[in-house]
Design a protein around this ligand. Structure first.
Ligand code: GLY
Length: 396
């Protein structure tokens, strides 16, 4: 996107063209490849490049299956008593319907494989469940990602993301973050890829934080290792804070978006050193420090997202937003003749590091107001709940 092009040399290689990526790395003597998205991880890009002698940050295919198959992730959790919602996997529509019938609503139906963030559906009644199962199994709504589904109990509570670096032996957790998935204020409307985020999360006490590390992330890494999957990269645990403690909602085999936009600005350590140490299985030798400052990010989207939206509108005011004290990360943007245009659903992440959430919100929303493009949309309540809850323990 246009943001990357400002700080790096961009090259246009398709993410699934492994040979072209390898050839580019060899030709340009690339020292380290950091694989961002889940699809190439699950397709084995890390394995392919490592076998060519290229150093990679990002798990091999067998470990990336923690995101690539929800059934695989559930089996690891159940076998190792890692807390998660009760669930069952099905490859047969009628058997899935029978299971759903006997359980209380709402329930959650998930495509087993990768579905670009769209494969999780909450169903309120049997009729709705039948319809979704029909769409997945008969109409192939998610293609082969829906050859198997996971039906899961619906668990309630605040959602928290905790990401950790791991080289398969050492686990180095980052600070937690909270994403806002629904499109509208007060968490109304359909889910998106994330409309805003903040870190730290006041609802996460030191005890909860350590319980997510000790009862979720570490046992998952070690369970994977015990079955020959040496996880090298970042493991993302999405958990729900239930009355009975944190329960895993999902794992991702990569950095989260927009979590990363609020976690990395708080990182005081050298990211490159950590990425290299992870790739070299030397993570135990490096320290990871975070600032006590808070970070908040508001996503500016194209009007209509997550459904239909138009692109190619000129964006103005990014410089002014930066002068107001924000860092503006680009998502769906493109540059042409020195001008920047919208090029996706989520367009910009207006991010502020500040001493407290009030200051972060004030600066972020002032910066948002100086950015303009046709049909621009953002939520107005990002971080509002922190103003009531802020009690972050610096002892972590
Ligand atoms: N924020 C959710 C994700 O990156 O999948």
């Amino acid at each position: 996107n246009a943001g990357m092009a400002q700080i790096a040399e961009a090259t246009n290689i398709k993410i699934d063209d492994f040979v072209a990526i390898k050839d580019f790395c060899k030709k340009n003597a690339i020292d380290l490849v950091v694989i961002g998205p889940e699809a190439p991880l699950v397709a084995g890009l890390s394995d392919f490049l490592q076998e060519e002698g290229i150093s990679v940050f990002g798990p091999r295919k067998n470990s990336a299956m923690i995101e690539g198959s929800k059934t695989f992730a559930k089996e690891i959790m159940v076998k190792n008593s890692i807390p998660t919602a009760v669930s069952e996997s099905f490859t047969d529509k009628e058997k899935a319907v029978e299971y759903v019938k006997d359980r209380a609503f709402p329930q959650v139906i998930k495509a087993d494989g990768l579905a670009a963030g769209k494969g999780v559906i909450i169903v309120e009644n049997l009729e709705g469940a039948r319809q979704i199962l029909e769409e997945i199994f008969v109409q192939n709504k998610f293609g082969s990602a829906g050859n198997r589904v996971v039906v899961e109990e619906f668990i309630e509570g605040q959602e928290v993301s905790l990401l950790a670096f791991t080289d398969g032996v050492s686990v180095t957790p980052m600070v937690e973050a909270q994403d806002y998935k629904p499109i509208y204020d007060d968490d109304k409307g359909p889910n998106t890829g994330g409309m805003g985020c903040y870190s730290p999360v006041p609802a996460v006490s030191s005890e909860i934080y350590h319980s997510i590390v000790n009862d979720v992330i570490e046992p998952t890494v070690f369970a994977l290792a015990s079955q020959g999957c040496i996880y090298q990269g970042v493991l993302y645990a999405g958990v729900i804070l239930t009355e009975k403690g944190p329960k895993v909602l999902e794992f991702n085999a990569r950095f989260g978006d927009p979590e990363t936009q609020v976690i990395l600005p708080r990182m005081k350590s050298d990211l490159l050193e950590i990425l290299q140490a992870t790739a070299n299985r030397e993570l135990g030798k490096v320290n990871l420090d975070f600032s006590d400052e808070v970070c908040l990010s508001v996503v500016i989207a194209s009007g209509g997202y997550p459904q239909k939206y138009k692109t190619d509108y000129e964006i103005e005011g990014i410089k002014e937003a930066e002068q107001a004290g924000a860092v503006v990360f680009h998502a769906g943007t493109i540059e042409r003749s020195g001008k920047i245009y919208t090029n996706g659903g989520r367009v910009l992440n207006v991010t502020v590091l500040a001493k407290d959430f009030k200051e972060a919100r004030d600066i972020a929303y002032k910066a948002c107001s100086s950015i303009n493009f046709k049909d621009k949309y953002h939520r107005n309540d990002i971080g509002l709940r922190t103003l009531e809850q802020y009690s972050y323990s610096k002892s972590r």
